[in-house]
Write a protein that binds this ligand. Sequence first.
Ligand code: PRP
Length: 226
Amino acid sequence: MITLALSKGRIFEETLPLLRAAGIEVLEDPDKSRKLILATNLDDVRVLVVRATDVPTYVQYGGADLGITGKDTLLEHGSEGLYQPLDLQIAKCRISVAVRADFDYASAVKQGSRLKVATKYVAIAREFFAAKGVHVDLIKLYGSMELAPLVGLSDAIVDLVSTGNTLKANQLVEVEHIMDISSRLIVNQAALKLKQARIRKIIDAFAAATSAASSANSVLALSSRT
Ligand code: PRP
């Protein structure tokens, strides 16, 4: 049996075409079913529906052989015991620093003030501000980070930005781009040895589908420029 851990939402939806390329069809929609183990068209492949932040844990401890997770989650969790063969180039977004439009971030940083930063991404934020030599007090939140500067809980947030609509709707502005994010395929190292042929086939199919999608995107980008 091959077990793949996925989270609901954007990663799940953007993974379906890759699974299809590997000949795998998930038989149930996780948004409609309460089941946490979803069958596929193949008797020996199943999908676990887990929280995004739990995907690396399931794969690390062998609860799943493979998983798909954001680079943000991997950096926060650490990647010990995980083989990362592919950047799947899906669920792309960025991690940024944002503040209220009326907060003078540049001066606060220049004057060496201690910034209060609310985030779910404590490890990423700590490393980013340490490298800049900015002193920060980190406040760990689990969601709706945009609220923190609005109610005076923090001066800034470190959060994922995709379209920028959530920041705009809450009168926040992006002041630093920390890194680009996309989703990665992760594999349990023991499973890779024990089920090598089966797992390699899936990795190869995902790799082919990812490179086909990125060439199609380059062609689109080129044709929109001409
Ligand atoms: C993420 C992120 C932002 C939003 C950004 O939240 O934390 O709030 O998406 O997207 P946008 O730039 O397209 O508006 P998500 O919906 O994943 O929920 P969360 O608050 O639980 O992190």
